[in-house]
Design a protein around this ligand. Structure first.
Ligand code: ADE
Length: 419
C-alpha cells in the first residue's frame, strides 16, 4: 500500500471525480502531462512536494508522475488540505501523501518529515517549510538534493534571506516570480478565492461594506479589484510609497491602518509581514468587524493580542471565531487567521493554477537538465518557459494573436528613424 497519513481513504472516489473536474480547466498542464508521458524527462527523479493538497495540486502530481518522477506530497498549511483529494492521491494515483485538514502543529511537521523520508532529488515548496526543515533538521539529505522550486511570495522572501546569508545549500527557482504565475494566480486567483472564502465563512453582503485591504502587492490588488466589483468601498494600507501611490491612482482611499481600523467593516491582510493588524488596531475596531488574512502565514493578524484582549470566545459559524472584548465589542476572526481562500474556500481556481503548476512542471524538467550549472541561489523562471506557457494558454482558449511583420521587426531594432 502506498505510504500515507490521510483522513479517510473512503473519500477517494469523490476526490478523483473532483480532480478530474479541475483537470477540465487545466489544459496547459494536460498538454505537459501528455508530453511527459511520452518523453519521461523526470525518470529517476524523486520529488518531495510541500504544497496545498487540492484538486489542482493533484493534477500537478499526475503530470510529474507521468514524467517519470517518484513523488511524495505533504501539506503546506494545516488548514488547506482537501481530505478527499489526499485520499484519491493515495488510493487512485499511488502518490504517498501526508496531509489532514485541521492537523495540529506537530502533525504538520511529522508530515513534512514523512515527505522528506522519501529522499528527494528535487524539493517543491509553497512557503519554504519543507526546504527550511531539511536545512535545519535533515542535513543528511542535502547531498542528494539537486535543486528546488518555490511557489509563493512568502517562500521566495525566506529563500532570498537564506541565500543572502549563505545558508541556502542548493539552487531554487522562484516560480512565484514568473509572469504567468503572479500576474494571474496572485491577482485573479487570490482576488476571487479570497472573496469566495469570506463569503462562504460569513454569508455577508459585500456591497456597501468598507473593506480594508492590507498591502498592495499582486494579491492585494486582486482582492481590492474584486471587492470593489461587488460594491465595496475600498481602503488600502501600504508601507511602500510607490504601491500606495498606485492604489491612490487606481481610485482607492489610502490611509494608515490605525485610521482604517476605526472605519472598516471587513479587513483582509495580504502583505507577507507580521502584526499588520496589531493590538492598537484591534482596540479601535467597530463592533462586528470581520478580520481575515490571505497571506501565507497566520502572523499578519496579532492573534495572541486578540486572545489576550477577549473575555469570551464564541464560534457562531464554521471558520468564524468571535472574540468578545471587555467593552462588549465583537471582533470576528475568520479561519484562525490562516489563508482564508484555502481555509474556508478551495483556493485559486484551476484555470489560474494551470499556469502556476505548468511553471512547476516545466521548471522541474529544466532543473533536471541544468541544476548542475546553477549556484546556491534563487533563480527566476527562464523567460522561454514563461512565454511558452502564455502561448499554450492562449491556444487552449482559442485566442490567436498577431505576429510582427519583417518591417515591424526591423523598426523595433533600429534607432535611426524618429519623427
Ligand atoms: N494556492 C492557492 N490556491 C491553490 C490551489 N487551488 N491549489 C494549490 N495551491 C494553491
Amino acid at each position: 500500500m502506498t505510504k500515507h497519513d490521510v483522513q479517510d481513504l473512503a473519500l477517494a472516489d469523490q476526490g478523483r471525480l473532483r480532480i478530474e473536474w479541475a483537470a477540465q480547466e487545466m489544459p496547459v498542464l494536460r498538454d505537459i502531462r501528455e508530453r511527459f508521458a511520452q518523453e519521461k524527462p523526470l525518470a529517476g527523479i524523486k520529488i518531495a512536494g510541500c504544497l496545498h493538497i487540492t484538486t489542482e495540486t493533484a493534477n500537478l502530481g499526475r503530470a510529474l508522475v507521468a514524467g517519470g518522477a517518484e513523488l511524495a506530497l505533504c501539506a503546506s498549511n494545516p488548514l488547506s488540505t482537501q481530505d478527499d483529494v489526499a485520499a484519491a492521491l493515495v488510493a487512485h494515483y499511488g502518490i504517498p501523501t501526508f496531509a489532514i485538514k485541521g492537523e495540529d502543529h506537530d502533525t504538520y511537521y511529522q508530515h513534512i518529515y514523512a515527505a522528506l523520508d522519501h529522499g528527494p532529488t528535487i524539493t517543491m515548496d509553497d512557503g519554504a517549510d519543507l526546504l527550511s526543515t531539511l536545512h535545519k533538521d535533515r542535513t543528511d539529505l542535502l547531498a542528494g538534493v539537486m535543486a528546488g522550486t518555490e511557489e509563493t511570495t512568502t517562500g521566495v522572501i525566506r529563500l532570498r534571506a537564506m541565500a543572502a546569508e549563505g545558508a541556502l545549500r542548493y539552487p531554487v527557482i522562484a516560480v512565484n516570480d514568473a509572469l504567468t504565475k503572479h500576474l494571474f494566480d496572485n491577482r485573479y486567483g487570490t482576488g476571487q478565492s479570497t472573496i469566495d472564502g469570506i463569503i462562504r465563512a460569513t454569508n455577508y453582503l459585500i456591497a456597501g461594506k468598507v473593506v480594508v485591504v492590507g498591502g498592495y502587492g499582486w494579491c492585494s490588488r486582486g482582492i481590492a479589484m474584486r471587492a470593489r466589483g461587488m460594491g465595496a468601498n475600498i481602503v488600502v494600507t501600504e508601507v511602500d510609497p510607490l504601491r500606495a501611490l498606485e492604489a491612490v491612482m487606481d481610485g482607492y482611499r489610502v490611509m494608515t491602518m490605525i485610521e482604517a481600523a476605526a472605519i472598516g467593516d471587513i479587513f483582509i491582510t495580504s502583505t507577507g509581514d507580521k502584526s499588520v493588524i496589531d493590538r492598537q488596531h484591534l482596540a479601535v475596531m467597530k463592533d462586528g468587524a470581520i478580520i481575515a488574512n490571505s497571506g501565507h502565514f497566520n502572523v499578519e493578524i496579532n492573534i495572541p493580542a486578540l486572545e489576550a484582549m477577549a473575555q469570551q470566545k464564541l464560534r457562531p459559524r464554521s471558520f468564524v471565531e468571535q472574540y468578545v472584548l471587555a467593552d462588549g465589542r465583537r471582533i470576528n476572526l475568520l479561519g484562525e487567521g490562516r489563508l482564508i481562500n484555502l481555509a474556508a474556500a478551495e483556493g485559486h481556481p484551476a484555470s489560474v493554477m494551470d499556469m502556476s503548476f505548468a511553471n512547476q512542471a516545466l521548471c522541474a524538467e529544466y532543473l533536471v537538465g541544468h541544476a548542475s550549472e546553477l549556484e546556491r541561489q534563487v533563480y527566476s523562471v527562464p523567460h522561454d518557459i514563461d512565454a511558452e506557457i502564455a502561448r499554450l494558454k492562449l491556444e487552449a482558449m482559442g485566442i490567436r494573436i498577431d505576429t510582427l511583420t519583417a518591417e515591424q521587426e526591423t523598426y523595433l531594432t533600429s534607432w535611426e528613424s524618429g519623427t
